[in-house]
Design a protein around this ligand. Structure first.
Ligand SMILES: *[C@@H]1O[C@H](CO)[C@@H](O)[C@H](O)[C@H]1NC(C)=O
Ligand SMILES: *[C@@H]1O[C@H](CO)[C@@H](O)[C@H](O)[C@H]1NC(C)=O
Length: 104
């Protein structure tokens, strides 16, 4: 008889991730701690919206004959290298309720 890994863990993990994300998003939006320029990890926003805003700004500058510089950075492994301690400190600093903090 052979055994397969418990694939239910993946589903439960995704469910927990969704719950954590929803709670954190709710906290951040009700306490207005999120920048209007944040497009990632937000419902109803995507890279398309970010590009739209960027193009509108470029067009506005061009309309006023201003120069435009764009700097793009991609930090490799940023999320993977995040320490639990620094994440915990950030949650405390942003007055994250205990019930949400304990999930992390
Ligand atoms: C264009 O440059 C002028 C002069 O520096 C500035 O006042 C204006 O805000 C700029 N426009 C935009 C869209 O950044
Ligand atoms: C993340 O960690 C890896 C392995 O230690 C390292 O190579 C990489 O530069 C780190 N990335 C950042 C953004 O610190």
């Amino acid at each position: 008889m052979s055994y397969r890994p418990i694939s239910l863990l993946l589903t439960l993990g995704k469910l927990l991730e969704m719950l954590m994300s929803q709670r954190l998003n709710y906290h951040l939006s009700t306490t207005q701690q999120r920048s209007s320029r944040q497009f990632g990890f937000r419902e109803g926003r995507s890279i398309g919206h970010a590009l739209d805003e960027l193009m509108q700004r470029v067009e506005k500058c061009r309309g006023q004959k201003n120069h435009t510089d764009i700097i793009s950075i991609d930090i490799q492994g940023a999320v993977e290298n995040l320490t639990h301690k620094s994440f915990d400190e950030k949650l405390t600093e942003n007055k994250c309720p205990r019930n949400i903090k304990t999930l992390f």
